[in-house]
Design a binder for this molecule. Sequence first.
Ligand SMILES: [Zn+2]
Length: 435
Amino acid sequence: MSNQSAELLKNPVQPQTGEATHQKPASPSCRFCNAPLTVNLVDLGMSPLCESYLAADQVNTMEPFYPLHVYVCGKCYLAQLEEYVQREHIFSEYAYFSSYSDSWLNHAKKYTELMTKRFALGAKSLVVELASNDGYLLQYFVQKQIPVLGVEPAANVAKVAVDKGVPTLVEFFGVDLARKLVATGQQPDLLLGNNVLAQVPDLNDFVGGMKILLKPGGVITMEFPHLLRLMDENQFDTIYHEHFSYFSLITTEKIFAAHGLTLFDVEELASHGGSLRIYARHSDDHTKPVSSSVTELLQREHDAGLDRIERYAEFEESVKETKRKLLEFLIHAKREGKKVVGYGAPGKGNTLLNYCGIRTDFLDFTVDRNPYKHGRFLPGTHIPIFPPEHLRAARPDYVFILPWNLKNEIMEQLSFIREWGGKFIVPIPSVKVYE
Ligand SMILES: [Zn+2]
């Protein structure tokens, strides 16, 4: 025993008189408006980090689980998770490479065409992307000789971008980085971020940074999953620790306005189960009038109850019912002796499988196109991940599509399973079989 421990045993530290020794954790507060969070959206229990795929030598070791408990702010209606895990832990080595999805690449390419035309981008413009991943999108601007800069905190992913000719800073974005870039004259005409706003723990620092960085007259576009669709279609599996916030247009408009930015257009996209693409500008830039699409969508969200706290409180029961129906289906299939395997190993699959308690008792294995995941195991459920060729050899009765947002693309790629009578299962919004 060390001298220090012996000393402690002789003189144990006593709590000061009157100080509570078993305090409840302080109640969480809204990451935008700071109001206390008291209303549940949904509590999905304890779950591992959904991108922490395990190597074979890790499956018998202890695995950290964190709460997956979403609140909604009663004042600004921002749906949010507490930051249970530090962002450095989640994002410094990231397994998600955007370029492994054909439809996402296609989406990015179309976006670059659209923006280049609409905002007359050229060789003198600058496009900055926040969370630029492996350069999946900026590469198309590079092809058009439009100068770009990526900002990507995951070094392993950023390296892939740099190798393909997309200049990329390995940094987290916020006010500090924005000031540094402005000081070196790097202000973008187009500043974009796809599926990053949800992943920002300090929302005000991030949006405040965008306000500082954006060139006068410049345009911000951001894409993120739409809370209206998440709630209407039971997409609870898009909730995971990496996604700290879930946005309606009503709430997004408040957040941007608080930082001197005005939303002047919005589009509804099919990506990720239903996303919004918002267009923002400096509030004092009157060259871009606010389109009727903004006011119309705000009205639709109002009609759907997204500015009433009672609507949010109803969501949890529909999530529970989705779980019950999915388990009913799987139990029935297994009792009939069917072979069920997974397709894909996306983050959303891990939320669904852990919440529903679906392990190798229901899914023998899953397959994925990303070689990083081959030979690894899904976090929590420990379902093994193989290359897609495994499907042919296994001849499953059912292929359970985990990235259901890509179901059409996947069913087309895997149409060969029909040779042996194989069928597809899509779990969300509620379990459905495709023959
Ligand atoms: Zn709030």
